[in-house]
Design a protein around this ligand. Structure first.
Ligand code: APR
Length: 321
């Protein structure tokens, strides 16, 4: 299963989480927008099928398409269901899954008279969408320009298949521990050789090199502030994200991954750093609405991931207030 196509569904999962914690018309509409963006980007969902019956004639229509499996709601209404990830699918009764285009699935649901709608992730943070809501979703006009997007992902930034990864370096740019060390190890010695030509980097500034043995074509090196609690800290940390994005745009880069800058050796509290990172990035995306930047916030641990989710929920609450 191409995880990239499922990875896009973090937008949907996040929108559902926000709507569950803070129900509102706007939060429901954000779910529809998230679905629309994933469709525009050709995203998949996982469709539950029961293998033994899937080969019986009544489950496979003449065209060979898989008939939608149906669930009965408490009020007797019939719905179909899908999952945004294998993790969500494994939260309940096991059944075989097939990857399926989200837009095809939604259209099939709309065109099935027996169904009232569909349920996303029935075993977890589930979300029921009636046919009326699906029709509204299909009418949402996304800007023709490229779609900006941001996702949070737990993992090792050196393994990400993006155009550019950002390094949380020190002012010498001559390598170090943490993510700096991991990036230099993965890129190989040519990275250090190029860094030697850059004459260091000031805190908050950003410089670019090739990615060498990394999947990423570029590395943007930025130097976060060593946390001291001073009022300069948030300004300098924000500069790291903004200058890295500006430098990426200068090189026509459209996919970039950030580590949680300064939250390791440099001691920046994760929650505060997450709020600064997200506010700076969202301001940049809103100032460049048609640029089409895919941003991955690379989280080396669950507590970094949780810090971003918490910061985003706080940001959404403040935006709705
Ligand atoms: N992928 C993604 N994130 C990572 C990875 C990795 N492979 N390795 C570490 N991280 C995370 C850490 O868990 C932390 O959340 O990157 C974040 C930043 O931590 P550091 O790498 O320690 O960077 P920072 O706090 O900015 O300190 C920079 O540390 O390594 C030295 O040379 C570097 O002197 C500089 C200082």
């Amino acid at each position: 299963m191409n995880s990239d196509n499922l990875n896009l569904n973090k937008h949907i999962e996040y929108a559902i989480t926000v709507a569950k914690s803070n129900p509102s018309q706007e939060a429901l509409f954000d779910i529809l927008v998230a679905l629309r963006i994933v469709m525009k980007l050709g995203g998949d969902i996982l469709l539950p099928i029961e293998l033994p019956t899937a080969f019986e004639q009544d489950d496979i229509s003449e065209s060979g398409e898989i008939a939608l499996r149906q669930l009965e709601l408490e009020d007797g209404g019939m719905v179909t269901s899908c999952f945004t990830s294998e993790e969500e699918a494994n939260k309940g009764e096991r059944s075989a899954m097939v990857p399926f285009k989200l837009d095809t699935f939604c259209n099939m649901t709309l065109n099935e008279p027996a169904l009232e709608g569909l349920v996303i992730n029935p075993w977890g943070d589930s979300c029921f969408l009636s046919k009326d809501l699906l029709k509204i979703m299909f009418e949402i006009e996304l800007p023709d320009e490229e779609v900006n997007q941001m996702i949070f992902e737990i993992g090792d930034i050196t393994e990400l298949d993006v155009e550019c990864i950002v390094n949380a370096a020190n002012s010498s740019l001559l390598g170090g521990g943490g993510v700096d060390g991991a990036i230099h190890r993965a890129a190989g010695p040519e990275l250090l050789a190029e860094c030697r030509q850059l004459n260091g980097c000031s805190t908050g500034e950003a410089k670019i090199t090739k990615g060498y043995k990394l999947k990423a074509k570029y590395v943007i090196h930025t130097v976060g502030p060593v946390y001291s609690g001073s009022k300069e800290d948030p300004v300098l940390l924000a500069n790291c994200y903004r200058n890295s994005l500006d430098l990426a745009a200068e090189h026509d880069i459209h996919s970039i991954a950030f580590p949680a800058i300064s939250t390791g050796v440099y001691g920046y509290p994760k929650d505060e750093a997450a709020e600064i990172a997200l506010k700076t990035i969202i301001d940049w995306l809103e100032a460049n609405p048609s640029y089409g930047m895919k941003i991955i916030m690379s989280c080396f641990s669950k507590d970094t991931y949780d810090a971003y989710v918490k910061a985003m929920e706080k940001f959404d609450r403040e935006r709705q207030a």
